[in-house]
Design a protein around this ligand. Sequence first.
Ligand code: PMP
Length: 430
Amino acid sequence: SRAEVAYFGAGPAPLPTPVIEASARAFVNFEDTGLSLAEISHRSPTANKILADAKQALTTLYDIPDDYDIFFMQAGGTGEFSAACQNLVGCWIEQRRRKAVADLGEGKDDEVLARVKKEIENELKVDYLVTGSWSLKASQEATRLLGAKYVNVALDARKSDGNNKFGKIPAETDWKLTPKGSALTYMCDNETVDGVEFPSFPKSLEENDRIVVADMSSNFMSKKLDVSKYGVIFGGAQKNLGITGITVVIIRKSLLGLVPPPTFLHQLSDVLPTSGALPPIMFSFSTIAANNSLYNTLPVFNLYVATLVLQSLVTKFKTVSGQEEVADQKAKLIYDTLDSYPDLYHVVPDKNVRSRMNICVRIIAGKSEGKVTPDDAKEKTFLAGAEKRNLLGLKGHRSVGGIRISNYNAVPVENVQKLVEWLNEFAKSG
Ligand code: PMP
């Protein structure tokens, strides 16, 4: 039964049991309407209320300022790799176009076009901080859409590691940010595969009016944020928020409505691929925001699950700080246990960037001169023993191997304690 299983999967992740039960009831017969919530129109008052409730709960939990908008999209975190890049490059171009029109006057289309082209060629950059495999994928998508010329990988954290692996965030003084005026600066706040989390908002991103885009798919609603520091925050729902199928976007309102006319973008194709700044209409932030997330059919059932999760956090903690405390305590329990057996358990990332959500660890045969030798056979034994004890979802991502303990919000502390018991027992059994 559900009560007997302790699940630590990296995503889709566990949901609070009362949310699962309420969602199941809503799927069969929503509030005694005789209909499933999945059968109800996304334009109905019911759907509108769910949407308003979700936004209200998000605003309360994160203390989202009035000059920010919230909306929901589809296509997951991956969809946002494309959408964030296309929308913000579009925004950058539209600002330049409007300035050129203001400086040169109406009716000077050729001059405006020539000036904007020149500015694109000389000045356009998107900055990426690559600290793990998800920000790497996002930067690769930017290169696919824009061409390599416009993508500045301001940091590739693998380069600071002797084995070319993720696990560190080098000092900000070593980052190569575009000094001024990049269309966006991208970061993945928590790298799910590599277990690396930014310990705080980077100081250097506070300068030069940077438009910071943060992927918070895997640490959404797990810590207090100063939302005003970000241009865009996004997250796929299937970890801390709900189930697969919706993505939340929190965006500074001043970034909306700056959309270049498609005919203008078409004429730029000799300097910039049109795909670089012209999102498919359902990826257009301005369109989705202007239509209150209802430009096309919103998966209302999926949104409902997220709304229940958010409302349960409001009821329990009022703001996200309470959840942050719990997440920190659970992560500490696990890391303290791992650290007490340094000859057996090796936490992969550096101590100062350890994720509180995804704890990546190798079981090792030995260590010499800082290099560790993973013991694949022991890892298999550990995982088999865990499975026997109903501790599930602990296998590391296929790209990095090892063990990954995902400590999302809905993982109860009792399950963490059960896992800690197994970590201790395994270590003592030698
Ligand atoms: N970003 C992060 C940090 C993720 O963990 C994931 C998925 N695990 C993604 C993006 C991609 O999300 P999706 O599968 O919803 O596209």
